[in-house]
Ligand binder design. Sequence first.
Ligand code: UDP
Length: 253
Amino acid sequence: MQQRSDGRAPDQIRAINFELNIAPHATGSVLVSMGNTRVICGVTVEESVPRWMKESGSGRMTGGWLTSEYSMLPYSTTSRKPRDISKGRLDGRSSEIQRLIGRSLRAVVDLEKLGPRTMWIDCDVLQADGGTRTAAITGASLAVALACRKLANDKKVEAPPVKKLVAAVSAGVLDGRAIVDLNYEEDKAVTVDFNLVATEDGEFVEVQGSGEESTFAQDELEQMITLARKGIADLISAQRAVLARIMVSPAES
Ligand code: UDP
């Protein structure tokens, strides 16, 4: 069986690291690293909701809103990636990714308890080496947890309006074998591209899988789900370890 390019086992995620509070003006922020992929996740809470929510009269008048933006910094890729603004429009990929991040975090934030506020989740890729969307979700989950704690500490809400942790990971099929948490080299080589978003209690938020100029079998799908679920459990353990550490060391939070 062929080795993975970086020597990992098929079910092994890349080294994960969370650096907290890297953007002091944000309500919560995290620089997440998964191997060589690094994403800055900043959460800002604004004391207002979008106009459409105020006008909709949808019965959610007391609740808040959560939205996300994603971009790759120009120097995050091996050749410079121009900013979207220089083209005058958001590219389709960024738009797809930011909607995924928004859906993933809306699944775990209690918008009623957030109150009439907007939670902005800004994810900016500092270094891209595959799996930027999944790293963004995993980092944003922690940044949201920090922001929610701050809202509670500042007595803006009674309890942190976050229901559970969420994380995401990619998987794929390479030479007929499932692997988890693909780097860029692997991402280019796989015949199936798969992303899973799930919560700490093992519930799915989103399952995305597509054949890249090829098809895949149910057995391969099941293998990818198994590896991705294990990867997510590992990521959630890492998130929990970070949260436990700041609980005993409030100065760091
Ligand atoms: N990539 C890049 N430039 C781009 C888009 C992607 O260099 O404009 C690279 C980057 O390393 C990224 C990888 O291709 O992580 C895979 O991209 P994909 O669209 O599958 O998203 P991701 O895996 O980052 O969520």
